[in-house]
Design a binder for this molecule. Structure first.
Ligand SMILES: *[C@@H]1O[C@H](CO)[C@@H](O)[C@H](O)[C@H]1NC(C)=O
Ligand SMILES: *[C@@H]1O[C@H](CO)[C@@H](O)[C@H](O)[C@H]1NC(C)=O
Ligand SMILES: *[C@@H]1O[C@H](CO)[C@@H](O)[C@H](O)[C@H]1NC(C)=O
Ligand SMILES: *[C@@H]1O[C@H](CO)[C@@H](O)[C@H](O)[C@H]1NC(C)=O
Ligand SMILES: *[C@@H]1O[C@H](CO)[C@@H](O)[C@H](O)[C@H]1NC(C)=O
Ligand SMILES: *[C@@H]1O[C@H](CO)[C@@H](O)[C@H](O)[C@H]1NC(C)=O
Length: 927
């Protein structure tokens, strides 16, 4: 209790005191097992009880799970302490043949005071807890690892701090929170206690702490560089991943948190949403306006505006009457477009009425309850609300029923994709929310809906003529339908105000969310499981989407996430603001989700959610967003309209950016598919592809879309230039006819980047399958032929791949996976060819060629080739079916230091030199 009372005096001092005065543990009874060891850890002295009571007896379990993964679990011997349930986070298995000897990691320990270290077989120490005692208390865990100076650490999110984390006086709080404006340095919507530590030539590794309690990670360089975990409960459940490259580390993370779910091809199309479309006519008008502006719109979205009084699973009968919504959805489907709406977990508290979602839930006992057995009531959009308890087994069938009825293809709102929000869970009412009814009333919840149109709807040319004004007989669509325990956490804890306070930006743990002393249906406390709520809703919602369309791959976009969420859903990065800092930080955020957290379907609201965007920012953002995996324009009620057609410059930037994105869509879909198979990131921070180039370590304003396409957006307000770092490698400038650019490991300034242009460079050594032209929808896009772009690397060779499937089905009857190679003179493809693409390769384009090839042949037949001596590009017309292996021989064509005959090699070198000069000039703005 001494330390606890000191807390009041000095927060920082108490932490140090807590540690120094705590006795630590000693290890005994060490047993070697086939795959590691176990030991007893016993409290090594007088309990310090710094923030709870010290647990006297712990168990250490060390398991070499594969040659590159080590599992270290420190838990209470009684197994009474809460652990993340296996059915929420399925544990990775052990590969079986892993052992101490074959592993590339080494676990060592000191028995008293107990500490442990993890090193690579080559001797590099990755993690070392010696120096501070391990603290394991009823409501507080503390463990510190020393690190090398100035470490390159990434992850520990969700956050809006730099991609490479600060290392001095830095706190990362992990406690999911409704975080309007996504402020830097605070806890946001997702809980991903995983980091990557990159040490240049000494390799990269990853560390996952599987713990869903509130966590504060402190990174500091006083008393040496360290990283320290402070957790409010749970156990130390570590996975150490050996790397040694960043990409391998990402793959190893995926092996633990689960391979991400694949998405429908159409999900990669362009999406439009906003909060505040006052009725179905306005939504229809937006669809029409996109069409009229010639901007491809794949999916139209509707925010909570569609609901009656913000009640989930209802329609506003006057503004969004069912027949008209169905007509809109039919219209979209007939035009190969899609429809998506938002669903929140918070369900209007409406006892005694005929609100189906509420009545069914009460009858089936799916809502969270207070200790008294009464429904727990908070306040969200509809006013007083109840919240589904995802731990109750009956909640899944309940949720399925709600979806099958409200989102029925025959009689309901036949959505294609789903958006789930407010699932941290958000609660507007401050803790303690003793009077939710009063709070709702004071805060005008639900808000007054906009006035109903009293005249005929605005004329919408092109919209179905049978579109009728709402009939006065339309009724509120309410459903009436009949319907339907160890490691639970230590007793006696203070589940509301734990002795240790994490720096939750919402204040106390329960503020603006569910009360942390709520006990779930299965006995688990919200205190322990808060960070799981959004991911459990994700899982249930994905299942519910599958129950209504069992054949289709779901696309569900959630706000709140935990480790492993990517196996079910994608994520949008929440309520950002329409300003330049948020435009810039979106890159670091999406890189963290895609390349570290394994939630690769990710993006920020294009043009920003809160506040009013400027034309210039919206033009730039629309181009940057074209290289987010999840590409959606969305904004807030009360902000100015920001659909891409609102300004001619933005419309033009949208048309051009979508054109490029769509031509690259199969290339990106292939990268995404590869991530679902083995965790290889589909977006790459520069450090991932140039891990030994120290200048890349902190870059988070440039990134690779896939592993071949470098995106370098303009990042300054009203700027038309951008500083671009090009590693020492060969690139090809998309915006300059694919001209070669030799990177020199320097930052160069690209000038005159107008508001319709985003700098794009193809990395040498890669082959891109592009569609030869874009289309208005992804369905039409898939009818276009392919153009294969060969971008030779510094050694003259290149390779790439193309994955093809129907883009829709959960289970694919037949897929194709084709590998492309370029050896310097020959283009070859080989692979499996199950999927009938229905289109051929129509062009092969070879970049960086020094001359026109003398002949290009395939199966002995001459093909016609054109050569552009300015851009150094060869285009060859071909007609190659995607049904079998093929090759095209370019003979003696020289590309950069290519595998060309020796007579040509002088020329090649000269060419390389001349291009260096030319590209330097180009980058200096002379071209
Ligand atoms: C801890 O272990 C010791 C030695 O096995 C035993 O005597 C003691 O009762 C245990 N304490 C608790 C609280 O389980
Ligand atoms: C970093 O260390 C300094 C000096 O001990 C301390 O004042 C500060 O609170 C520490 N910061 C964090 C985030 O732990
Ligand atoms: C550490 O950061 C906190 C806030 O983030 C600040 O108040 C404090 O002054 C900083 N301490 C040092 C030693 O820099
Ligand atoms: C991280 O470091 C940068 C640069 O020193 C600083 O501006 C920023 O405030 C720091 N962020 C946090 C959350 O400490
Ligand atoms: C809850 O949040 C509100 C709004 O930010 C704040 O004013 C209040 O002090 C917080 N209450 C607690 C108990 O943290
Ligand atoms: C955005 O513009 C609207 C309309 O001009 C205005 O009412 C609103 O206050 C503006 N919002 C902000 C945050 O400036």
């Amino acid at each position: 209790m001494v330390a606890k009372s000191l807390l009041a005096l000095s927060f920082g001092a108490a932490v140090v005191l807590g540690q120094e005065s705590c006795p630590g543990y000693s290890a005994s009874n060490v047993q070697q097992t086939g795959s590691g060891l176990t030991a007893d850890l016993t409290l090594a002295g007088e309990a310090c009880n710094a923030y709870g009571t010290d647990l006297p007896n712990l168990t250490l379990t060390v398991e070499y799970q594969s040659d590159d993964r080590l599992h270290v679990l420190i838990a209470d011997q009684d197994q009474a302490v809460y652990q993340v349930p296996n059915d929420v986070f399925p544990r990775p298995g052990s590969s079986g043949d892993a052992s101490t000897n074959s592993s590339s990691l080494r676990f060592t320990y000191t028995d008293s005071p107990f500490s442990f270290a993890v090193a690579r077989a080559d001797g590099e120490t990755l993690f070392n807890t010696s120096g501070t005692p391990l603290v394991f208390e009823s409501q507080y865990l503390n463990l510190r690892t020393s690190l090398p100076e100035n470490p390159n650490l990434y992850g520990l999110g969700e956050h809006t701090d730099p991609f490479r984390l600060n290392t001095t006086n830095y706190t990362r709080t992990i406690w999911n929170r409704d975080a309007y404006g996504i402020p830097a340095g605070t806890n946001l919507y997702g809980a991903h206690p995983v980091y990557i530590d990159h040490r240049g030539a000494s390799g990269t590794h990853g560390v996952i702490l599987l713990n869903s309690n509130g966590i504060e990670v402190k990174i500091n360089d006083t008393a040496g560089q360290y990283l320290e975990y402070n957790a409010l409960g749970g156990v130390f459940d570590f996975y150490f991943l050996a790397g040694p490259s960043p990409v391998e580390t990402a793959q190893q993370i995926a092996q633990v948190v689960g391979m991400p779910a694949n998405i429908p091809f159409g999900g990669l199309g362009f999406h439009q949403c906003r909060y505040g479309y006052r009725d179905v006519y306005e939504v229809a008008g937006v669809v029409h306006n996109y069409s009229a502006a010639g901007i491809p719109l794949e999916t139209m979205w509707t925010d909570i505006d569609y609901m009656y009084s913000r009640w989930i699973m209802t329609l506003d009968p006057e503004r969004y009457p069912l027949p008209l919504v169905r007509e809109l959805v039919d219209y979209l489907h007939q035009h190969q477009q899609k429809y998506t709406v938002m669903v929140d977990p918070a369900t209007a508290y409406q006892p005694g009425g005929d609100y189906g979602a509420f009545n069914d839930g009460v009858q089936q006992d799916v809502f969270l309850k207070n200790a008294s057995g009464d429904l727990y009531v908070g306040v969200v959009w509809p006013g007083p609300t109840v919240f589904p308890d995802w731990f109750a087994p009956q909640t899944q069938p309940y949720w399925d029923d709600q979806f099958n009825s409200f989102f029925s293809a025959e009689s309901g709102v036949d959505i294609d994709y789903l958006w789930i929000d407010m699932n941290e869970a958000a609660n507007f009412c401050n803790y303690p929310c003793s009077d939710p009814f009063g709070y709702a009333e004071e805060n005008d919840l639900p808000p007054e809906p906009p006035a109903v149109r009293n005249s005929s709807p605005i004329a919408l040319p092109g919209f179905p003529p049978e579109f009728q004004p709402p009939s006065s007989s339309a009724k509120l669509r309410l459903r009436r339908q009949d319907g339907a325990g160890s490691m639970m956490g230590l007793p006696g804890r203070d589940l509301i105000d734990p002795p240790y306070s994490i720096q939750n930006a919402a204040g106390s743990l329960s503020n603006k969310t569910l009360d942390t002393d709520l006990i779930h249906y299965n006995g688990l406390a919200e205190y322990d499981t808060h960070n799981l709520y959004g991911t459990m809703m994700s899982n249930h919602s994905r299942n519910a989407m599958l129950s209504r369309r069992p054949q289709d791959r779901p696309l569900v976009i959630t706000r709140s996430t935990f480790l492993g969420a990517g196996t079910y859903v994608g994520h949008w990065l929440g309520d950002n603001i329409s300003d330049w800092p948020h435009y810039r930080i979106s890159i670091a955020q999406m890189l963290a989700f895609s390349s570290i957290f394994q939630v690769p379907m990710v993006g920020s609201d294009v043009c920003g959610f809160g506040g009013n965007v400027t034309e210039a920012l919206c033009a730039r953002w629309t181009m940057l967003g074209a290289f987010y995996p999840f590409y959606r324009n969305h904004n807030e009620l009360g902000s100015i309209s920001q659909e891409a057609y609102r300004w001619e410059s933005v419309a033009e930037s949208a048309r051009r950016a979508i054109d490029i994105r769509y031509r690259m869509l199969d290339y990106f879909y292939t990268a995404f598919y590869e991530q679902t198979v083995n965790g290889t990131p589909s977006l790459n921070p520069m450090v991932f592809l140039y891990p030994e180039d120290a200048k890349t370590f902190a870059i988070d304003l440039q990134f690779f879309f896939g592993s071949s396409v470098l995106i370098s957006p303009v990042t300054e307000e009203n700027g038309t230039s951008v500083d671009v770092y090009l590693p020492n490698d060969i690139f090809y400038d998309w915006n300059n006819g694919f001209s070669p650019v030799q990177g020199s490991g320097q930052t160069v300034s690209l000038e005159d980047v107008d508001f319709k242009t985003i700098p794009i460079h193809i990395r040498g050594g890669t082959i891109l399958p592009l569609r030869s032209q874009s289309a208005n929808t992804t369905t039409e896009l898939r009818k276009q032929s392919f153009q294969i772009v060969v971008a030779p690397g510094q050694d003259g060779t290149a390779n790439g791949s193309l994955y093809l499937d129907d883009g829709l089905s959960l289970e694919q009857a037949a897929t194709s996976y084709i590998s492309f190679t370029w050896d310097g003179s020959m283009f070859s493809m080989s692979g499996t060819y199950g999927y009938e693409a229905g289109v051929n390769i129509s062009t092969i384009t070879v970049l960086g060629a020094s001359s026109q090839p003398q002949s290009v042949t395939s199966n002995g037949a001459d093909l016609s080739a054109t050569y552009n001596s300015t851009t150094k590009v060869i285009d060859v017309e071909v007609n190659i079916a995607l049904t079998g292996d093929a090759s095209v021989n370019f003979g003696q064509v020289a590309t950069f230091r290519g595998a060309a005959p020796s007579a040509a090699s002088t020329n090649v070198l000269l060419l390389a030199l001349s291009v260096v000069t030319a590209s330097a000039m180009c980058l200096l703005g002379s071209w």
